[in-house]
Design a protein. Structure first.
Length: 642
């Protein structure tokens, strides 16, 4: 099947738009490469520090400077259920890499926070910025220049995007991403949602709610709904950064361990100066980014990736925007129904056919680029497969299921749940925004209703609990953008809004903040840009203004006469309470430097072309490893800054 003309046109537009930045990025990638293993540029003193605590045999391998050294960068902690399984992974990887002829070292850890724990709490205001913090922590882990390939251990919301952004700033190094897998299924998603709404109505107490939540989130592994964490994992497969079918194998199982070992061995095979050198900066290119957007849309993935994929692309010198998402969404059919877009969880999706089925269906329909590089080599077609455990405890792959195992969860391309991808670009006199409509019933996708303006989540919940919101309205929640308070998720509002909608009220949310990747049936127009603190038009909305939301036509408007609208002053609010406490004062630099939501809400920019002599500096000095002292030519460094 030839490539769909819209997919082709979007890719071509992105390639043209990105050309100067992508060229600069690839120039830097080539300049960072070594003629031999990366550690060859280190002096004897440098190198001795780098392997001082290593076992004798591994130390000998590093001294000889012939075999690849694989870095392990992990977001392990044992509070997060999704990341707790990573405790065991480093030793599995070290043994597998050693068996493949290389050496693996735990290069560094990154922070990892859970939006499920911080939802509705002050700590949530650190969540989005944790992504760039993780990228910086990744850079620190790799700054020793000891490594020829990297394996990255991460799963959840900002963590995988942060790891990938960090990896792309070391784009000359091959990268293999290793997931931990989802927890087994607990309480059903519809029942969990029902109990949350009962609690919001005051019909069950906190003890009853906690018991239900504990049955839902009950053991090690990723949360099983299709939020940002599981969207991350699917995208890593569509981009060719996972071994095929690795995403949704449960933790602490023989197959999970076998996949982890196989990933470590693959890192050796694609390491720099190996037989199949595959740098991550070339795996992630314009076509693989388009593939990621297509995979997101075809599965009803998290709206958080309208930020994260923009930021990931930027790290590789690629420029995408919400027009690209919107244009692709118009032609990408939805092949899955996974909560919150349906009742099934991610384990049901995997059992029905999983990622290999989705990738094959999209490739066969000309909706994905096959001419991309993945960690398996050239072509995405190799990822249309499913892993199985062999008697010798190694992995073998079989072709993905020919037919779906459950038509209520996963469908073929000719029988989709929807003809479009369910993410809409909304625009008008209130700015540009995105709206996820895949879980919103058609009768709720458009409305006109008076605005009720709130400047905090707490103000909304106070009004709800006081019985002031039993009417048709659009909640305009402002001062929630990245500059204002770090752009926290507002998922804690969902049960209240859902109760009002279930009670027959026409309600919606419009905000310059985010909703969770688990946001669902209530219409929510989010990421409104520019945000209020950047003179965004939400600051001109007043109580009683009629707000028009029309998802079919992509309209977001305040029905206020133009002359009156332009004459209104911007609202202001004291945000000092959002900038102190729970560590928020440490992130003032992020709030001051962050870009707009449509630009990825990032604190870093695109690669800027530099003169070639400056790019060459990184590889000009290659001290002999027998030097007694580390390189210390200060005059050279001053004259030729990197």
């Amino acid at each position: 099947m030839p490539l769909h003309p819209v997919v082709s046109a979007v890719a071509e537009r992105i390639i043209a738009r990105s050309a100067p930045y992508r060229t600069a990025y690839l120039d830097r990638l080539e300049a960072a490469r070594q003629d031999t293993v990366q550690r060859s540029s280190l002096s004897c003193t440098n190198l001795a520090h780098g392997f001082a605590a290593f076992p004798a045999n591994d130390k000998l391998v590093l001294k000889q400077q012939k075999k690849p050294s694989v870095a392990i960068v992990s977001a392990y902690n044992d509070m997060l259920s999704a990341h707790q399984p990573f405790e065991r992974f480093p030793q599995l990887i070290k043994d597998a890499v050693r068996a493949a002829g290389g050496v693996a070292q735990f290069a560094g850890g990154t922070p990892a926070m859970c939006d499920g724990v911080t939802q509705g709490q002050p700590g949530m205001e650190l969540s989005l910025f944790s992504r760039d913090t993780i990228a910086m922590a990744t850079a620190i882990a790799l700054s020793h220049n000891m490594f020829d390939a990297v394996v990255y251990l991460g799963v959840c919301d900002k963590i995988v995007p942060g790891l990938l952004i960090g990896a792309l700033h070391f784009g000359h190094l091959p990268a293999v991403f290793i997931p931990a897998g989802p927890m087994t299924s607990g309480m059903s998603n519809p029942e969990k949602s029902r109990i949350r709404q009962l609690y919001a109505q005051g019909k069950i107490d906190r003890e009853g709610l906690l018991e239900a939540e504990s049955q839902s989130y009950h053991e090690a592994g990723t949360c099983t709904f299709y939020g940002t964490a599981n969207s991350n994992q699917l995208l890593m497969e569509v981009m060719g950064l996972h071994l095929p079918g690795a995403a949704f194998i449960t933790p602490n199982t023989p197959l999970r361990d076998a996949l982890t070992k196989a990933a470590g061995q693959r890192a050796v095979e694609i390491a720099e100066h190996g037989k199949e050198y595959t740098p991550v900066g070339r795996v992630v290119n314009e076509k693989s980014i388009v593939n990621a957007v297509v995979g997101l849309l075809a599965t009803g993935g998290s709206t958080n990736h309208t930020l994260h994929l923009v930021a990931i692309a930027k790290a590789a010198g690629i420029v995408i925007d919400w027009n690209d998402f919107d244009q692709l969404s118009s032609v990408i059919p939805m092949l899955t129904r996974i909560y919150p877009n349906g009742d099934a969880d991610i384990n049901h999706f995997h059992a029905a056919g999983g990622t290999g089925f989705v990738i094959r269906e999209l490739l066969d329909a000309g909706l994905l680029h096959d001419d991309v590089t993945t960690i398996l080599g050239h072509g995405l077609r190799a990822h249309c497969s499913e892993p199985f455990l062999q008697p010798d405890q190694t992995v073998m792959w079989k072709p993905a299921a020919a037919v779906s195992g459950d038509q209520d969860v996963l469908r073929a391309i000719d029988q989709p749940f929807s003809s479009d991808g369910g993410i809409k670009l909304m625009s008008g006199n209130l700015g540009r925004a995105v709206m996820k409509v895949s879980a919103v019933k058609p009768q709720h996708r458009s409305l006109e209703a008076p605005a009720i303006v709130f400047d905090s989540q707490e103000a909304f919940m106070h009004a709800y609990k006081a019985g002031q919101l039993d009417r048709d309205f659009v909640a305009v929640l402002r001062f929630q953008g990245p500059r204002a308070n770090g752009m926290p998720e507002l998922h804690a509002l969902t049960p209240a809004l859902a109760n009002l909608q279930d009670g027959g009220r026409h309600v919606a949310l419009v905000t310059d903040g985010r909703m969770s990747g688990a946001s669902g049936k209530v219409p929510a127009v989010i990421h409104v840009s520019p945000e209020v603190l950047a003179d965004g038009p939400l600051g001109r909305v007043r109580n009683g203004d009629i707000i028009r939301i029309d998802a079919e036509n992509g309209l977001l408007e305040a029905l206020v006469p133009a002359e009156q609208w332009s004459a209104r002053a911007q609202a202001s609010v004291d945000l000092s309470a959002n900038h102190i406490g729970m560590g928020r004062e440490l992130f003032s630099m992020f709030r001051a430097a962050v870009s707009a939501a449509e630009e990825g809400a990032t604190t870093f920019g695109l690669p800027i072309p530099l003169p070639l002599p400056l790019l060459q500096v990184a590889s000009e000095h290659k001290p002999d490893v027998l030097d007694a002292e580390p390189f210390n030519d200060e005059d050279h460094l001053i004259k030729k800054p990197i």
